[in-house]
Design a protein around this ligand. Structure first.
Ligand SMILES: [Zn+2]
Length: 296
């Protein structure tokens, strides 16, 4: 895949975020730029808290920080390093491993892995912008030895359903979802959250898609063809995902996060700028994640 987006250079990034203060100021602006609202009582007046960037509600006295209630909540290391992780994740063309982040930033690998999972959470599809027009849907198997994943433990194969939105001869957007079975129920749930009901959808002849024609009025089933020959763009996208996964991650646990990360990058590969800003904003708008939620 070709990535052409222009992003913040490391020099620009370092000028803009030279210390912790500048990070907190940036988060405050995103969080409270349109005015302060107390998360506890909804009051809109505040006074300064003990710490420089905290705000205290003048009605119930609850203290809010720029990071509270966001994915930056309770980050145990410097906020500046957290910004660096978001920067590296957003600007590296093919993603960056937690081992490499650990080396660059002098943090433990586990620490980087946990925080990167939060960044990946922010990369999840919001579901607000469903795909429309010409859509293709198909399932594929990920993992297992035929994918070059070695080791006995990794024999487990996983089923993933992918959908693409076509644009001319190319692909505009893609989404993917890990599923247990290729059932109408699971395929339908994925399609309903990512595709408009009126879209022109093409699937293969699999029986699981048949009942979905009730909801999706323009669903057509055709033969898949040899090795998916009738779905060339979709299969190219799937191959691209699989080769990225092989190159980046040697295990297929937490597969959904990797699918989300890949789709996020793919869907923004034409975005010329603003990837870093987009990710930080998404992190501010997301609820915090607990350790338990991260490791499931
Ligand atoms: Zn309050």
């Amino acid at each position: 895949m070709e990535y052409r987006f222009k992003s913040l250079t490391i020099f620009e990034f370092q000028q803009r975020f030279s210390n912790e203060d500048s990070c907190y100021e940036y988060l405050s602006e995103l969080k409270w730029g349109n005015g302060f609202v107390c998360p506890q009582c909804g009051h809109t007046h505040y006074c300064r808290g003990k710490r420089k960037h905290d705000r205290q509600c003048t009605s119930c006295h609850r203290i809010s920080s720029p990071t509270s209630g966001t994915l930056f909540h309770k980050v145990k290391f410097s906020i500046l390093k957290a910004f660096y992780i978001v920067y590296y994740v957003s600007t590296s063309k093919k993603g960056i491993s937690s081992t490499e982040l650990s080396r660059k930033l002098g943090l433990r690998q586990k620490t980087c892995w946990l925080f990167k999972k939060k960044v990946m959470k922010a990369m999840e599809s919001s579901g607000n912008n469903k795909m429309d027009g010409n859509i293709e849907v198909d399932e594929t198997v990920v993992g297992g030895q035929e994918e070059g994943v070695v080791g006995r433990k990794n024999k487990k194969k996983k089923l993933v359903v992918f959908a693409i939105e076509k644009k001319g001869r190319g692909v505009n957007r893609m989404y993917g979802q890990l599923i247990e079975h290729s059932s109408a129920k699971e395929l339908g749930a994925f399609m309903k959250s990512n595709i408009e009901l009126s879209a022109n959808i093409k699937t293969d002849n699999w029986t699981g898609y048949k009942p979905l024609a009730k909801d999706f009025g323009n669903l057509t089933q055709i033969l898949s063809g040899e090795k998916g020959g009738n779905f060339p763009e979709l299969h190219r996208v799937i191959m691209g995902f699989k080769s990225w996964l092989r190159g980046m991650h040697h295990r297929v646990i937490h597969l959904q996060s990797y699918i989300d990360e890949y789709c996020y990058r793919f869907n923004r590969s034409n975005m010329k700028e603003g990837l870093f800003e987009n990710l930080i904003l998404r992190m501010v708008n997301q609820r915090p994640m607990t350790y338990k939620q991260i490791i499931v």
